[in-house]
Design a binder for this molecule. Structure first.
Ligand code: F6P
Length: 553
């Protein structure tokens, strides 16, 4: 593309009246104390809790008052969020730098509900692929799909990276309770050969199916692991024809899939209007569908869809993704908080924070606005986290008593999928207690009243006033998972819209890839061949060459 796309007609962030009002407001409220806010308003919990789409979203323990919320909502309106949502659902090319529609919402559309990209309704294609996935998944699950030697498939290995891996791994772990337990599911992403070797350790190729997932089908890591998988399988099966029974592909790039040696009949398609990190409910989720079955997969899509509809239609002050996004803007941009901790109190969600890292940071880790101007405010926060209660015995110390402000998202389920003794009550008591402790802390006088020696009082004091959201759902089901993921997707969208950045490109990953491609042949060259990098990089390459020359002697 040689000409830049038409600039977006939105007033720059700092010139929007709501922004100016928020700056003044921030100066007035930044020292508000949650203790006081709760003490003076017995209704506060109700005022700042929204129950929608089956989620209980309590944001009362945030350093806001009703005026803050109203101003943030005004900011969203003045940022064109309503128009931007409509533009996304309409299929406009809101991924400006790549000139693409952003239509992951179409992946969970119901049959007959149209979504257009370049004037074409994409929903029939989406459902055709879902049907093809379902038929294949059923064959594999039932054992009707046989390997080359006639044995049933017991092991599924999904190979991909980034958006072609993190969603499937997270969803498999999250929904393991619903998975077919006589099969194993592994995920290989890292170009480090250890990942592949450990995943295939002890497996028989006769019983193993590889799903090669790559939107582009050119990604170094995935192609390398894919080729290694091919050699590994053929080494055992000794017949090229075996590829047809042990390899399928998920991609937008048919030519590359065929070039790799996978028949296009064994390819599951998706489209360039699906961003990698928004693709886990496309064919990229084939491993998820094989694991949990087509019905559960459909239920997950229904969960996504319910949140999409809520995001599209609910007023902003009751709109969960909008509120979540606005709170992220509030802390990141006004309080200069650098991170958000995501703390799921459910072991099945152990990979959820890792999944969210790509979703949030590859989307909003941007330094220029849509028209290419350097931003003069903070953008995407760092997302991180671990499942509770493990984090409590590790990094929570810093959240409670450190010098940094870290807003937390606590996620918990009222019913457990694994009732064992009193475990679940203990788990829930802990999540509720953590949110309470962060918000209200413990004053020096309270510490003293426990008989603590004066010199220890400062050490045992908790300042409190540390913000958190508590998100509760009844049970971790495929549907609930879909809702939670879509909640974060649209929160990211809300933040990106306010910051006026392109949440759907990822140019920041390119430079490292290009430099690695330059270094790959240099590592293999003879020790004295001239290198033209900086002195540090040259020395690192020479160090490797020397060591590999010595080890090959
Ligand atoms: O790391 C950059 C990236 O392009 C991600 O956005 C994407 O999810 C990942 O690589 C994998 O890309 P592909 O699916 O094309 O292999």
């Amino acid at each position: 593309m040689t000409t830049p796309p038409k600039p977006i007609d939105i007033v720059p962030l700092k010139n929007r009246p709501a922004w100016k009002a928020l700056e003044e407001h921030y100066a007035r409220v930044r020292d508000l104390q949650l203790r006081q806010l709760f003490a003076t308003d017995p209704q506060r919990s109700g005022t700042f809790t929204v129950e929608a789409v089956g989620l209980y979203f309590d944001y009362s323990k945030h350093r806001i008052n009703a005026e803050t919320r109203n101003l943030l909502v005004e900011l969203a309106e003045q940022s064109g969020l309503r128009q931007h949502i409509d533009a996304m659902f309409r299929g406009d090319k809101i991924n400006v730098t790549e000139q693409r529609s952003v239509l992951h919402v179409a992946l969970r559309a119901q049959k007959g509900e149209p979504f257009f990209s370049d004037g074409v309704d994409v929903v029939p294609e989406v459902h055709a692929v879902l049907d093809k996935m379902a038929a294949f998944a059923e064959q594999v699950r039932s054992g009707a799909w046989k390997g080359h030697t006639g044995k049933r498939i017991k092991n599924v290995i999904s190979i991909g990276i980034g958006g072609s891996d993190l969603g499937p791994v997270m969803a498999y772990e999250a929904l393991k309770h619903y998975s077919q337990r006589d099969m194993t599911f592994q995920f290989v992403s890292n170009v480090d050969g250890t990942d592949f070797v450990e995943a295939t350790h002890g497996l028989s190729a006769e019983e193993t199916l590889f799903i090669i997932c790559s939107k582009t089908f050119t990604t170094l890591e995935t192609m390398t692991n894919g080729r290694t998988a091919r050699s590994w399988a053929l080494n055992q099966l000794k017949d090229e024809k075996a590829v047809a029974k042990h390899f399928v592909a998920v991609s937008t790039n048919t030519a590359k899939v065929v070039e790799f040696g996978i028949d296009s009949a064994n390819m599951f398609e998706f489209w360039d209007w699906v961003g990698g990190r928004y693709s886990m409910d496309s064919a990229i989720g084939l491993s998820t569908m094989i694991a949990i079955g087509p019905d559960h997969f459909q239920a997950m899509l229904a969960g996504f869809h319910a949140m999409d509809e809520h995001f599209r239609t609910a007023p902003f002050h009751q709109n969960l993704p909008v509120l979540m996004g606005l709170l992220a803007v509030w802390y990141n941009t006004f309080f200069d908080a650098q991170t958000v901790a995501v703390l799921p109190y459910d072991q099945y969600l152990k990979r959820f924070p890792a999944y969210l890292q790509q979703l949030t940071m590859e989307s909003n880790g941007k330094q220029v606005t849509l028209d290419g101007k350097r931003v003069s405010y903070q953008t995407g926060p760092i997302y991180w986290g671990e499942p509770g209660t493990n984090g409590q015995h590790s990094f929570y110390q810093l959240i409670h008593q450190g010098t940094k402000l870290i807003p937390c998202d606590f996620i918990a389920f009222l019913q457990t999928l694994n009732p064992v003794g009193t475990h679940h009550e203990l788990l829930l008591a802990n999540v509720f207690a953590q949110a309470e402790a962060l918000a209200f802390g413990k004053t020096p006088d309270e510490v003293r009243s426990e008989g603590t020696a004066e010199w220890l009082v400062p050490h045992r004091t908790f300042e409190g006033n540390r913000p958190s959201t508590v998100i509760l759902a009844e049970r971790l089901t495929p549907e609930t998972l879909g809702k939670l993921i879509a909640l974060y997707e649209h929160s990211v969208f809300t933040q990106g819209t306010i910051w006026q950045i392109d949440s759907f490109d990822q140019w920041g990953v390119e430079l490292g890839k290009a430099l690695a491609n330059r270094i790959i042949p240099e590592l293999a060259e003879t020790a004295d061949k001239e290198l033209t990098h900086d002195s540090s990089t040259n020395a690192l390459i020479r160090k490797y060459r020397k060591l590999s020359a010595n080890s090959s002697k």
